[in-house]
Design a protein around this ligand. Structure first.
Ligand SMILES: *Cc1c(COP(=O)(O)O)cnc(C)c1O
Length: 425
């Protein structure tokens, strides 16, 4: 049986798309390793890891087994007043592998919710200290999710703040980090944020940022000293620092967590996306003993959040298998191989007239074109070349599964080159 594409077009909303002029959608029948198999039988090399998530590729025996075994025990049970091995094991692993000061774990359903949880923790923290604060400080071009709290700290232009202006809280935004990861650091880059903090710090609960790589807000890769500087400023004004590693976590940037590039520890850490290897939705927010103790010493006496599917055993069991698989694999070697190959292959694209910039860090490769091209048309070219890449705006970027080999990665970059050349005529 084939997918009813006309029903899909008429009734099914896809991410960030119009119901009036929907973009074409390609029915995928199955996926295996780095390949997506379309209904037509075509096999596509996956350049997206299904939005940073499928780090080991698809149909992974170890993850299938974990899901099957857990399914036979229980797929879900409420987390209020009940606990279970998959959740305890997962929290233990997360406490173990994340920066050492992070010791308390709140499991939730999705990245956006993990960010909401982080923001609420920061607000409850200041409330408990009897200095209520409800403002956050962040940078432009950030992305933290699509729910209202998360959207409030996401880039105002990209998330159309004016649309929701009566409803969205107004937070403090400073310019996006400018100095690239490999460029020479310029300390004056922190002047704007330093000036703002000097003036407004008493209103601010926390600084929230994606460490080193700004993902969906522009695929920008910035200098570790910026993050170091933020940590120092947060300390100076005793503000909390929230690191949103939902995209960067679990090895993607070449370190297990991107904070490690700057050798800093956040007060609150958000994880998601690759947490279950792309099998199902799961996220986590970690914090320090200090923050947890202050939060719970306040008027509420508890942390005020508790999703229905909190700690879902099926998702936790798969996450455990995913982390075991990751840590047992030569992921560092794989990611650094991808990084060096991407540098070799992407840099020459800068010679094309319609390429403004190329950037690489870990298993992330970005080509910024001089203009936005038609996504549907680019996608047709990519499919004809046997690859799956989904550009947005001027950005054509790839973050393949870590198991991709040299040849497959070359195919991805060749397809990008071809698509760019075709746009030149
Ligand atoms: C994807 C993403 C989110 C939102 O996660 P969802 O699971 O889509 O809700 C938040 N922050 C960052 C940095 C992300 O990349």
């Amino acid at each position: 049986m084939s997918v009813d594409s006309s029903f899909d077009l008429q009734h099914v909303w896809h991410p960030y798309t119009s119901m009036l002029k929907p973009l074409p959608c390609y029915p995928v029948e199955s996926a295996q390793g780095v390949y997506l198999t379309l209904e037509s039988g075509e096999q596509l090399i996956d350049g997206m890891s299904s939005w940073w998530a499928c780090i080991h590729g698809y149909n992974v025996p170890e993850l299938n087994q974990a899901a099957t075994e857990q399914l036979a025990k229980m797929s879900h049970v409420m987390f209020g007043g009940i606990t279970h091995q998959p959740a305890v094991d997962l929290c233990k692993k997360l406490v173990d592998i994340t920066p050492s000061s992070l010791e308390k774990v709140f499991i939730s359903d999705s990245g956006s919710v993990a960010v909401e949880v982080a923001l609420k923790m920061a607000m409850q923290y200041w409330h408990a200290k009897q200095q209520p604060r409800s403002k956050f400080l962040t940078v432009r071009n950030g992305y933290h999710g699509d729910t209202f709290g998360a959207m409030g700290v996401t880039d105002p232009a990209n998330s159309m703040h004016q649309l929701y202006s009566d409803f969205l809280p107004k937070h403090f935004f400073v310019s996006a980090p400018k100095t690239g990861f490999y460029q020479e650091w310029d300390e004056s880059e922190l002047d704007e944020i330093r000036a703002l903090l000097a003036d407004k710090h008493q209103q601010i609960a926390a600084i929230i940022i994606e460490p080193i790589v700004q993902g969906a807000g522009g695929m920008r890769i910035y200098h570790p000293n910026y993050l170091k500087g933020l940590r120092a400023l947060a300390d100076e004004y005793q503000l909390l620092l929230i690191a949103d590693e939902i995209a960067t976590g679990f090895g993607r940037t070449g370190k297990l967590f991107a904070c490690e590039h700057a050798e800093i520890q956040p007060d609150i850490l958000c994880l998601g996306k690759a947490l279950t290897g792309g099998y199902m939705s799961l996220a986590a927010t970690l914090t320090t003993t200090h923050v947890a103790e202050v939060v719970c010493s306040g008027e509420a006496g508890v942390f005020m959040h508790g999703p229905t599917f909190m700690g879902n055993p099926l998702a936790c069991a798969v996450a455990n298998a995913n982390l075991d698989l990751l840590l047992a694999s030569p992921w560092q070697q794989r990611v650094s191989q991808i990084e060096s190959q991407l540098k070799t292959l992407l840099t020459p694209l800068q010679e094309l007239r319609n390429v403004a910039d190329t950037r690489v860090l870990g298993a992330i490769g970005v080509v910024e074109a001089t203009e936005s091209y038609d996504v549907a048309e680019l996608q047709r070219i990519f499919i004809s070349q046997g690859v799956w890449i989904r550009p947005f705006g001027k950005l054509i970027y790839i973050m393949p599964p870590y198991i991709i080999n040299n040849e497959q990665l070359t195919c991805l970059v060749n397809a990008i080159r071809l698509a760019l050349i075709q746009q030149l005529d």
